[in-house]
Design a protein around this ligand. Structure first.
Ligand code: ZN
Length: 409
């Protein structure tokens, strides 16, 4: 009996060891109160962290201390595998910083309290060596200016465009519109806008540098005459940001952080409501698909301290992905209710109870913006955009997100 027990345990160890090298597992989840190290799955064994990882590290030190996190080594897939550092006990806390890509030793960030939550997410493609990050209790010696937050770099290009005019009212600014450019560089974006006699307030380069073409008090020509909520001419009342991106590629984290930082300043300056931060594709002209589904709105809202519970779901994975409505010409009271609530939030559509092509385009825009769990990214094939029928369905997660948005706006 003893022998059997021993051999069974040994066998289990071998199986676990094999599992660790083939498919890395998350390390321990609780750390502190003394200084220590957190590492990506497999880091100690010198193996890559693996795809589709989702690990959480809770760090707690003595009351009254802050926590200093310092990168010793960090190598992840630049776009898509990220370390999120939250300034509190869970992922609803404020995001302090997001680390991704190749970071040299020494990058650091400090919490405001004695608890931080770190998560590591990898996607389903490339994986890499991962990270080793030291944490230590720190007393209040460090001032906030020593944290690693980059300062926004804005380059003045305001003498380069003539394709703008005065707003009907220079202080009537109520919306922020996010676009992606389709073009691969700042210069190509500027040329494309100019050639079409268009403009935008800001262009965000892939390296995070911002180029300003038009004063915020003036009316840039970026959003057409689209309708959102009670606003029927978006150029009159909005500020536009073109984010350099072809439309079927991930956004670098440094660029997304810069867009979030710029947006936070604009939102504060003009007191813009969360519901009036829209993607171009959200209003009226549903032929648009920008800003693409690759844009990380979770990071964006966290950086702006907006919609804190938006991405908390009560649904199981299968319920999130359950299709509630799709193409049909039959009247349904439930579809009418979805249409009315989308309308109430700001989307432009007719509440006729029919899940027809017009409603499907609105649903596609909604899913692209708010439901990354189910959204399949559009692709560019031979210069043509490919959109997917599955993005035009109403899912369990779509219903849950809409309920949250209507309740919190
Ligand atoms: Zn656009």
């Amino acid at each position: 009996m003893e022998f059997l027990k021993f051999s069974k345990a040994t066998w289990l160890c071998i199986v676990l060891a094999t599992t660790v090298s083939a498919q890395s597992k998350c390390p321990a989840s609780d750390y502190g109160p003394a200084a220590g190290v957190i590492e990506s799955p497999g880091f100690a064994q010198h193996v890559n962290y693996g795809n589709d990882m989702s690990c959480t590290y809770n760090i707690k030190v003595a009351e009254g201390s802050k926590i200093l996190l310092t990168v010793d080594s960090l190598i992840t897939e630049t776009c898509c595998d990220r370390v999120y550092v939250y300034d509190g006990p869970n992922t609803h806390s404020r995001v302090l910083i997001i680390w991704s890509g190749h970071l040299g030793a020494g990058s650091f960030v400090e919490s405001t309290g004695n608890v931080v939550t770190v998560t590591f997410q990898s996607d389903n493609t490339v994986n890499a060596a991962g990270f080793s990050i030291r944490y230590a209790p720190s007393n209040a010696h460090l001032t906030p200016t020593t944290t690693a937050k980059p300062k926004l770099q804005i380059v003045n290009w305001k003498d380069r465009s003539t394709y703008w005019n005065s707003r009907p009212s220079p202080t009537d600014i109520h919306a922020l519109v996010l676009h992606h450019t389709v073009d691969p560089t700042v210069q190509a974006t500027y040329d494309a806008l100019n050639n079409r006699h268009l403009s935008v307030h800001y262009i965000a380069a892939k390296n995070g540098t911002i180029y300003q073409l038009v004063d915020e008090a003036n009316r840039a020509w970026h959003a057409g005459t689209g309708t959102w909520g009670s606003y029927t001419n978006m150029n009159d009342i909005s500020i536009g940001i073109e984010i350099v991106n072809t439309g079927d590629e991930p956004f670098p984290t440094v660029q997304e952080n810069a867009v979030a930082e710029l947006s936070a300043q604009i939102v504060k300056r003009w007191k813009i409501l969360p519901k009036n931060i829209v993607a171009h594709a959200d209003f009226q002209e549903y032929d648009k698909t920008d800003v693409s589904g690759y844009f990380d709105f979770k990071l964006f809202y966290a950086a702006l301290d907006m919609y804190p519970g938006l991405y908390t779901t009560k649904l199981s994975e299968s319920d999130q992905k359950k299709v509630l409505y799709q193409a049909s010409t039959t009247y349904s009271a439930a579809v009418k209710s979805i249409q009315e609530r989308l309308q109430k939030y700001g989307y432009y559509l007719t509440a006729d109870g029919i899940f027809g092509s017009a409603t499907q385009l609105v649903v596609e825009a909604f899913n692209r913006h708010y439901c990354p769990e189910i959204f399949k990214q559009e692709e560019i094939v031979n210069g043509n955009e490919v959109r997917f029928a599955q993005n035009k369905r109403w899912y369990g997660i779509s219903e849950e997100r809409l309920a949250y948005l209507v309740a919190h706006s």
